[in-house]
Design a protein around this ligand. Structure first.
Ligand code: ADA
Length: 561
C-alpha cells in the first residue's frame, strides 16, 4: 500500500512494492547471502544484516510498454536505477520521492534493478552516524505508471480564505510534455464538485505549469483538528472530448497564520500538544507498514496529543494521509540533525538540503495536516556560515510555499544568530534532565534572551523538544536516572510548568517511541543502543510516563482562549 486512496482512475498504475524482490548484498564476502526480501523494507531488518553498510542490489520484473514512469517514494541513502541493464536515473535523499520516465519501452517483460548504498560517505552530507538509526534499502513504496506524451505531474491547491459559503483557492497545474514539440490539451480541474476548464492549453517540452487564481469552492467545510474534512482534487487532460490522463489527490480547506504571539488555525490560536516521532520499529526499521503507522497515530490520539513533528526528515505519505484524516497537525521537517558548521561546509550539504526541501514541499504540498515546515534541527545556527544556509533555506521555502510558516529547532542558548529568520522561534529544552533549571525558569530565560539580544522579538515561541530518558520496566524507588519513575516525574513537571507559561504556544515531547541509535559514536551514550526518551518503548509498550502525559494533555484544549 502506497497511499490511502487511488491516485488515478484512468492512468494505468501498478504497485511494484508489496512483493518479494531479489536481494543481493554487493560488499566483499557477502555476495553469497542472496535472498528474497519484501519491498518496502529496511536492509538492516533482514535477519543477519543488522549492521550491514554498503552497496546492495534489489531486482524485480515488470511487464509494460510505451512511456513508463517509475516512482520511488524513498530509497536510502543513494539509489542507482537500471531498466534492462541500462541506467535510467540516480538519486540521493533517503526520505523523499523521486521518479524517472522511460520513453517508448518495447512491449514485454523488463528487469528493474536498483542498486542501493546505505554507507556513510562524504558525498551523502545529510546521513551520518546519529542519535537515530540511518536505515538503508528501498524503504517506501514503488509505483509504475503508463503515461501519455503529455501527463499531469501534480496539482497544488492553496486554500486562501473563506467568503460566505465558499472557500477561495489558488490552483497550480503542473504537466510534463515528454515529446520534442509543443503539445496542447483541454485541462479540467475539479475540487469538491467545483470545476474549472481551460481549453487548448499549450505545453512546451519538459515541465510547465499554469495557475487558476481565486477558484471558488462552494459549500466546502473547513478542515480542523476536530473536523478533518477532506475533499478530492481531480484533474484531467483531454483532446476533442476524449480524456487521456488523470490525476487525483486530496485537500482540506484551512488557513494557517502567525501573529506576534500565536499560530492561528482558521483564525483560532492553537495550543500545540505534540510528539516528536522517528520512523522506527525493531521489526520494520523505518519502513513501518500501514497498520503499524496507524497504531502509532491511534496511541498518539489516545495520549491526547494534537500534533507530530516528523523529526528529523520528511515522512512516508501514508503517515501524512492518516494525519489528514485523523486531524493531527504535522510539523514536517527536512533531513538534517545536529549538523554543525564544519559539516555544513561540506560542498554537498547546501544543495542536498535544498533538494530535500524542494522534493518535500512539491510532493506534500496538498496535505492539510502540515501546518509548518521545519529545517535544520540543532545545526550551526550560532555561526556566520551556518546563518547563510538557514537564510537560503528559509528563502527557498518561502518561494515554494507562502501558505505555511517555517521554523527550526535550536539549542544554541545565548549564541544563536538566526532567530530573526523563522516565523516561529522553536527551542529544544530539557529542564530537569540535561539542565538543572525548572521548565518555567528555562523557558523564561530562553525567551527573554530570544526577544532581546536574540533578535527574535514579535514571534510565537514553541518548545520543540522536552523529555527525559526512561528504560521500560526499570522501576526504582529512588527515581534513579533511567527509571520509568524519574521519566514520568520529569515529564509531569515539564508539561505542567509549560502549559502554565502563557508565552509558550505549546510543546513537543521528545519522543513518542524509543528508537535505535547508530552503533558508532552514539550507542555508548545510550543504554540498550536506544534513545530511551519514548513514552512507549520500541515495541510500543507504554511506560509510566504514558499515563502522566495522557492525563495532562487530555485536559488541555486544542485552542488557547
Ligand atoms: C536533541 C535532538 C534529538 C535527540 C535529543 C536527545 O535535542 O534534536 O534528535 O538527540 O536531543 O535525546 O538528546
Amino acid at each position: 500500500m502506497v497511499r490511502l486512496f487511488d491516485t488515478h482512475k484512468l492512468r494505468k498504475t501498478e504497485e511494484l512494492s508489496g512483493r518479494l524482490w531479489d536481494f543481493t548484498p554487493m560488499e566483499e564476502g557477502w555476495q553469497h547471502k542472496k535472498c528474497k526480501v519484501m519491498v518496502p523494507g529496511c536492509l538492516e531488518n533482514i535477519p543477519g544484516f543488522g549492521n550491514y553498510r554498503g552497496w546492495a542490489s534489489y531486482e524485480t520484473e515488470f511487464e509494460s510498454e510505451g512511456n513508463v514512469r517509475l516512482e520511488f517514494k524513498g530509497v536510502s541513502h543513494f539509489a542507482e536505477v537500471y531498466v534492462d541493464d541500462e541506467k535510467v536515473t540516480e538519486h540521493y535523499g533517503s526520505y523523499t520521492p523521486f521518479s524517472v520516465c522511460i520513453k517508448a519501452l518495447k512491449a514485454g517483460k523488463h528487469r528493474l534493478r536498483v542498486l542501493v548504498d546505505n554507507a556513510f560517505r562524504e558525498e551523502y552530507a545529510l546521513d551520518m552516524p546519529n542519535d537515530y538509526m540511518s536505515y538503508g534499502g528501498i524503504s517506501r513504496g514503488v509505483i509504475l505508471e503508463k503515461v501519455p506524451d503529455l501527463y499531469i505531474r501534480y496539482v497544488h491547491v492553496t486554500p486562501l480564505y473563506q467568503k460566505e459559503s465558499s472557500w477561495i483557492a489558488d490552483v497550480e497545474v503542473m504537466c510534463v510534455n515528454l515529446s520534442d514539440t509543443e503539445l496542447s490539451a483541454d485541462v479540467k480541474v475539479e475540487i469538491a464538485g467545483a470545476a474549472q476548464i481551460r481549453k487548448e492549453m499549450s505545453f512546451i517540452p519538459g515541465e510547465s505549469s499554469f495557475r487558476i487564481e481565486n477558484m471558488e469552492v462552494r459549500d466546502a467545510e473547513t478542515w480542523a483538528t476536530e473536523n478533518p474534512v477532506l475533499y478530492t482534487v481531480e484533474a484531467q487532460l483531454s483532446r476533442e472530448g476524449e480524456v487521456f490522463d488523470d490525476w487525483i489527490d486530496r485537500t482540506g480547506f484551512r488557513t494557517v497564520e502567525v501573529t506576534e504571539k500565536d499560530i492561528l488555525l482558521n483564525g483560532k490560536a492553537l495550543r500545540i500538544k505534540g510528539f516528536c516521532r522517528h520512523e522506527d520499529h525493531p521489526q520494520y526499521g523505518c519502513a513501518l507498514p500501514a497498520q503499524a503507522i496507524a497504531y502509532d497515530l491511534q496511541m498518539i490520539r489516545d495520549l491526547g496529543a494534537n500534533s507530530v513533528r516528523t523529526s528529523h526528515y520528511p515522512n512516508d505519505e501514508l503517515f501524512l494521509d492518516m494525519c489528514d484524516e485523523m486531524g493531527i497537525l504535522v510539523w514536517e521537517e527536512n533531513h538534517a540533525r545536529g549538523i554543525e558548521e564544519d559539516k555544513m561546509k561540506n560542498p554537498h550539504f547546501e544543495p542536498q538540503c535544498e533538494q530535500v526541501i524542494r522534493e518535500m514541499i512539491t510532493e506534500h504540498y496538498n496535505h492539510p495536516s502540515i501546518y509548518i515546515w521545519g529545517i535544520l534541527n540543532e545545526c550551526g545556527s550560532e555561526t556566520e556560515y551556518g546563518r547563510t544556509c538557514y537564510q537560503a533555506q528559509y528563502e527557498l521555502i518561502r518561494s515554494l510555499d507562502r501558505s505555511r510558516p517555517a521554523t527550526s529547532a535550536s539549542c544554541k542558548f545565548n549564541a544563536d544568530i538566526c532567530q530573526d529568520l523563522p516565523d516561529v522561534c522553536s527551542w529544544n529544552i530539557y529542564p530537569y534532565w540535561y539542565d538543572e533549571r525548572s521548565a518555567e525558569q528555562m523557558a523564561k530565560d530562553v525567551l527573554t534572551w530570544v526577544r532581546t539580544e536574540g533578535n527574535g522579538d514579535g514571534k510565537p515561541f514553541l518548545v520543540s523538544e522536552i523529555g527525559a530518558g526512561g528504560i521500560y520496566a526499570f522501576r526504582d524507588m529512588s527515581h534513579d536516572i533511567w527509571s520509568e519513575d524519574l521519566q514520568a516525574e520529569i515529564l509531569g513537571k515539564q508539561l505542567k510548568e509549560l502549559f502554565a507559561y502563557e508565552d509558550c504556544v505549546g510543546m513537543y515531547i521528545w519522543q513518542f517511541c524509543d528508537v535505535r541509535v547508530s552503533r558508532i559514536d552514539w550507542a555508548l551514550r545510550r543504554p540498550k543502543s536506544r534513545n530511551n526518551k519514548g513514552v512507549v518503548d520500541e515495541y510500543r509498550r507504554p511506560k509510566m510516563a504514558y499515563q502522566v502525559v495522557k492525563e495532562i494533555f487530555r485536559q488541555i484544549p486544542d485552542y488557547r482562549d
